[in-house]
Design a protein around this ligand. Sequence first.
Ligand SMILES: Cc1cc2nc3c(=O)[nH]c(=O)nc-3n(C[C@H](O)[C@H](O)[C@H](O)COP(=O)(O)OP(=O)(O)OC[C@H]3O[C@@H](n4cnc5c(N)ncnc54)[C@H](O)[C@@H]3O)c2cc1C
Length: 505
Amino acid sequence: MKEPSNMPLDYDLLIIGGGINGTGIARDAAGRGARVLLVEKDDLAGHTSSASTKLIHGGLRYLEYYEFRLVREALMERENLLRIAPHIIWPMRFVLPHSDMLRPAWLLRAGLFIYDHLCMGMTLPKTRRIYFREDPTGGILQRQYVKGFEYSDGWVQDSRLVVLNAISAREHGATIRTRTRLLAAERFDDYWEARIEDNVTGAVTKVTTRAIVNAAGPWVTDLLHGELSVTSRNSTRLVKGSHIVVPKLFDTPQAYILQNPDKRIVFAVPYERDFTLIGTTDVNWDKSANHVEINDSEVTYLCESVNRYFNKTVSPKDVVWQYAGVRALFDDHAGNASAVTRDYKLDLDVAGAPVISIFGGKITTYRKLAEHVIEKLTPHMPVLGAESWTAHAVLPGGDFARAEFDRQVAALADKAPYLSRETAWRLVRNYGTRAGNFVTSRQEALGQHFGADLYQAEVDYLISEEWARSVEDIIWRRGKFGLRLSQSEVTQLAAYIDGKMAAHA
Ligand SMILES: Cc1cc2nc3c(=O)[nH]c(=O)nc-3n(C[C@H](O)[C@H](O)[C@H](O)COP(=O)(O)OP(=O)(O)OC[C@H]3O[C@@H](n4cnc5c(N)ncnc54)[C@H](O)[C@@H]3O)c2cc1C
């Protein structure tokens, strides 16, 4: 450790990691007046935060593991997030068929009763019992499934949640640098000196900061022991989860939660209007977090889960897209991967200038996690002492009530009558009121057409406002255009983006 210094510092907080936790903390801290730099080595949401099942949920399953604190916090957050992001987060009903071979009906009923009543002020409809022969939700189910339940949770466009937090952080003064890696950091008594590298140009810059937030997700332990040279007893356990996407299996708006004989559950969720998303698996992962891939046995497992319940069968050849990510779970030394706690742990080290590391977490609880991080840092950093503010401040584009969603779509369609109803709907789902920032009344202003309903105006907006730098950023994270564009359209879009990047270099 080196001598303290009174020199002016570049930043109050340096945040490593542009997933949901890093961007959520950046937004909160910047809004309280801190000078924030966030560095992300790849794209925003380039790893776990775009590979989730996309549920804003308390986690019904976690009740079996007595995770009441986590479930309660998550259910309260479900309400907050539905309010602050009514464009990218919406309520969804989940159908849970009962099977005599698996959990008894009384246990499901008791769990759902707790789920409905665990915290005050929940606005979503409560659980109902269903007899599938008399209910439209039973249409897709095999005849042996006679009864079940339907309950509420939420759905999120996960990678867009990350980007909206980053935009909000920037609007509160934070600097967000993607394709920028923390190389090393030297610790002094009251500040850090960090070296960060621009992955595109190779330029290395030195910055000074009062404290560091280690929000590196699957790399949290490597970063702590490596680049930051800090010891900690905490560690993570990497558990891979994979999903497949197939053409739409059912027309009802509900999702299905399917119990498997191994006690795991698999969701089948209506996805991007024409598809069904099926996931997830739970497999221990001891390889690099940089390249995580679904394997054949996971695809088979997911198909079999669905085929056990639905009267339409799915096979690996139906899969149009698949993705996998690793959960960096706080290692509580549980036996099997499904039993490892989904709760998070914050590790603050003040043996010199502060560093706080995040172990575990859920997308659903990111906002509350950010508040807890700030609370822990505040005694060491009075600059963070302002009131918490993010529970009521809407995310960019979310400045309308949930019930007014259709009115927003109609207003956009009035402004730009040439848009199809589906495109107006998609644009409000992705951008909320900010769709109007690049959609004008003049159809010609849309510019070059790249396939599906993607035009130059939107691509330019994603590059200039949302840090998109590559074709993957646009087709898999800012939107899901990859499900609809042909290979030649993707190539054309990539050439356009590369041209724009070269012009800006
Ligand atoms: C299969 C699966 C399903 C899930 N489903 C749900 C769900 O339905 N609902 C829910 O609430 N949660 C869900 N989760 C959990 C949720 O996705 C994660 O808790 C969350 O995304 C973790 O975010 P993060 O910011 O901690 O990590 P990440 O999103 O991984 O972000 C960490 C970032 O740090 C960057 N980084 C690392 N090292 C450096 C460095 N040296 N310099 C610069 N940057 C660096 C990485 O590139 C990475 O982008 C799921 C997770 C998985 C894997």
